[in-house]
Design a protein around this ligand. Sequence first.
Ligand code: NAD
Length: 500
Amino acid sequence: MQQLHHFINGQSQPGDSGRNAPVYNPATGEQSASVSLASAEETRSAIAAASTAFPGWSNTSALKRSRILFRFKALLEKHSDELATLISREHGKVHSDALGEVTRGMEVVEFACGMPHLQKGEHSLNVGTGVDSHSLMQPLGVCAGIAPFNFPAMVPMWMFPIALATGNTFIMKPSEKDPSAPLRMAELLAEAGLPPGVFNVVNGDKEAVDVLLTDERVEAVSFVGSTPIAEYIYSTASAHGKRVQALGGAKNHMVVMPDADLDQAADALMGAAYGSAGERCMAISVAVPIGEQTAERLRDKILERMATLRVGPGEVEGQENDMGPLISRVHADKVIEFIDSGVEQGAELVVDGRDITVPGHENGYFVGATLFDHVRPDMRIYAEEIFGPVLCLVRQESLDEAIALINAHEYGNGTAIFTRDGDAARQYTTRIQVGMVGVNVPIPVPMAFHSFGGWKRSLFGPLHMHGPDGVRFYTRMKAVTTRWPDGLRSEASHFTMPTL
Ligand code: NAD
């Protein structure tokens, strides 16, 4: 059985807490590894390593820091297949989807490579007579990142490339369910030339996280995960004087207008609802067709496409599956329980994914693609985040009704509208209370040079991830005002070449 360690001060470090968690292959249900869970003391030793590395790293020129990230990016490209295999094995998503995640993370590294330009301050000459002002964007110190299971490579890369490029040192706490990809990235960073202690990986659970939230040497905490934990992270770390960005759960709606290209909308829904088995914070879990006719036609088109959906393991020879297993037995059972509740509360179960069997993978954590129609807002399958391959149709009569419905939901991460009507799209994008909006784009994840974040209970804290907000999050502004007394200008001739 493989034992997964921590990565502290530039090297792999075996855990000594005596606590471990099993890591499973979700496609087979077999345990593939055991991961050390750090004690409070081990977590503090990682903070000490990061604190010691901070003065040297923050004083390294921005250009040298970025050159290390350039080398890291080249190593990511070289090892992307290997990283995708690690992700598929522990998370379950299909290989091409895992490769896509590595690419989206790598784009943040590319953005961070431009930090010498992004971290330039501003300068004003003569703000008063003989007085100038300039600003510095300085790193904070030791920063921590806490990641969810669903993007084991991309979400850490939303955080650490920008933190490191701006001169901070970092402690990553990956999900204990799939820690291999972040551990491999720590090795690649070291290979790229990152000095020891600048980037550390501490594996663990609440015990390690609580130290990161309260230790006075940690200056900032970035978190991505479920809303109850995001709220806990935000309130605890803020109460301990830290800067916090905590991204939470989601329930993303896609409005389909009567004038939309319904084939395009149905195609988009397949990937957005069932890709990665619905375990994406930007997955569409609610489709909102406007009008009965749109609803009937859209439902037929979804059903046609669901009939050919391939469910199976993430790593296969030959033709790839569309959708893999869920992360754990516990989570698969929770999704099935949600489906049960939908039936009990009176929704129409059009396609039932509860009893799927994947030949050769009978113990895998598979739940088939599921479709509910006539879902009402008071049902649990609508109100709560399921985080599985379950799509709900909530029929509405008008765009105004749809906007009111979505604005009343507690989450506001992502949303989309499918239409050919510019006015409907304009109304929607301006009135909807959601952080990321797509127009005929089902999963509107902003590129690395824009910022990613939801509204309402999908994000706690003012700053989003990566892009310009990421640079602001990991730097502190300092305004410097200078006035110099008159210099010795008249005596400068002493230094010129004497001539006759
Ligand atoms: P989770 O909240 O269970 O865990 C996230 C991290 O918090 C893990 O590293 C875990 O070890 C740690 N953690 C868990 N319980 C804790 C506790 N009591 N105290 C301290 N730390 C704790 O989330 P998950 O199941 O790994 O991920 C799925 C969730 O993440 C979904 O809700 C999904 O919507 C959300 N998510 C959101 C975004 C976004 O951008 N908003 C992106 C990806 C995932």
